[in-house]
Write a protein that binds this ligand. Structure first.
Ligand SMILES: Cc1cc2nc3c(=O)[nH]c(=O)nc-3n(C[C@H](O)[C@H](O)[C@H](O)COP(=O)(O)OP(=O)(O)OC[C@H]3O[C@@H](n4cnc5c(N)ncnc54)[C@H](O)[C@@H]3O)c2cc1C
Length: 359
């Protein structure tokens, strides 16, 4: 009952990236990878003497140890996922050892200086006010098939200088190199509310909040303007006999998409803290589920109170999915972990951080 299938099988069609690290301390580098995997609830398995493999939702990480050198091989079924894996492995190494990350030279199908394979240049089709709380942005782009699988979310890339935008490139160590200075991009994460790869269209629902740069952009953006997206990422539709979906206005687009995709065998309970009465028209409960709307006049903490009052069933597979303000997400995680839910049965994500403490 994992959110995403963990990729373990080797296929001839896999795309591969490889980096050789020359070091007299290969065991220390190997242990750094072991710790990285542990931080993400993943683990390496020994496949033969001095060979290890870690299966991740994006692909496999293989380690081969030789005298004074260690080879890291990444394998993935798609170029997009391979790049996301390479980028995130390099980023995480940088958190542990900046010089090691900077020295990495990945070889394989991903070339430095190219546009990242998970980037798409999109054209704005329309921006519509769908309720008092949201703009719906429709974007058009090519080759969107990978954005309709593997992840529900994208990073929206909004240029500071729309008349001469600069987009990310693959840096010399295989990591994304972002434009800087006057070309810096605003890069918030949003849910793909709807996608149709055949027509090349996707929708994003943007919640309007005070001073939000993306909602300000959505209010005035015109058709034919260019934006970038990168992704997808951030988890897939939960799958269980019983699912609790809950969150605030920023989570409504994801909850609505998940509700539309639940099978009739799944029993779903949704609890949503709406931002206006009109928001209640933006999704409907499936035959096998219910939605409880918490009104705008209720305090923010009402969401937490209602969510934490739900009893989780014991005799079926279950999944709790929550997204909202960071401190709320932490409180939900704490509560359901204490109720006995395992990491594989729980997603509780901070979608934004309030300047004023909510709890
Ligand atoms: C995986 C994921 C999926 C998401 N999906 C969606 C989605 O589909 N639709 C959506 O609207 N949002 C979504 N969000 C939340 C969104 O990314 C944040 O709200 C983000 O900060 C918005 O960027 P901005 O440019 O509007 O704000 P900024 O201009 O970057 O932020 C300015 C300030 O506004 C405050 N702020 C941010 N969000 C809120 C808020 N919701 N309410 C009140 N104050 C806020 C912050 O304190 C911030 O400092 C998602 C987040 C994640 C991580």
């Amino acid at each position: 009952m994992m959110q995403q299938q963990i990729i373990t099988q080797k296929h001839h069609s896999d795309t591969v990236s490889e980096a050789i690290i020359k070091t007299p301390q290969s065991s220390a580098v190997r242990d750094l990878f072991f710790n990285l995997a542990k931080d993400h609830d993943l683990g390496f398995v020994k496949t033969s003497t001095d060979q290890y493999i870690c299966a991740t939702p994006l692909g496999a990480i293989e380690i081969s140890m030789e005298t004074a050198r260690i080879t890291i091989r990444l394998r993935s079924p798609t170029q997009e996922n391979l790049y996301t894996l390479q980028d995130s492995v390099t980023q995480h190494i940088a958190h542990k050892s900046e010089p090691l990350a900077a020295s990495l030279q990945w070889t394989g199908s991903i070339k430095k200086g190219d546009t990242p394979p998970n980037f798409r240049l999109m054209t704005v089709v329309s921006s519509k006010r769908i309720s008092s709380s949201y703009y719906r942005i429709r974007l058009h782009g090519d080759a969107l098939a990978s954005f309709a699988q593997d992840g529900l979310h994208v990073r929206l890339l909004l240029p500071n200088n729309p008349s001469d935008p600069k987009w990310p490139k693959i840096g010399s160590n295989g990591q994304t190199k972002w434009p800087t200075g006057k070309d810096t991009l605003h890069k918030p994460v949003y849910t793909i509310r709807w996608i149709d790869p055949q027509s090349g269209l996707l929708d994003i629902d943007i919640f309007i909040h005070d001073g939000g740069r993306t909602s300000i952009w959505a209010a005035s953006v015109e058709p034919y303007k260019k934006v970038g997206i990168m992704g997808p990422g951030g988890g897939w539709h939960p799958n269980a006999d019983w699912i609790l979906l809950a969150g605030d206005a920023t989570a409504l687009p994801a909850i609505a998409r998940i509700l539309e995709n639940t099978t009739k065998e799944t029993q779903v309970t949704a609890i949503i803290k709406a931002s206006s009465k009109e928001d209640e028209t933006l999704t409907i409960a499936p035959d096998n589920g219910s939605i409880t709307w918490i009104s705008i006049i209720q305090p923010e903490t009402e969401l937490l109170k209602r969510v934490n009052s739900i009893s989780i069933p014991k005799n079926k597979t279950r999944y709790v999915w929550f997204a909202g303000e960071k401190s709320m997400a932490q409180a939900v995680r704490q509560h359901f972990t204490s109720q006995g839910l395992s990491k594989q049965e729980l997603y509780s994500a901070g979608y934004w951080k309030s300047k004023i403490p909510l709890l």
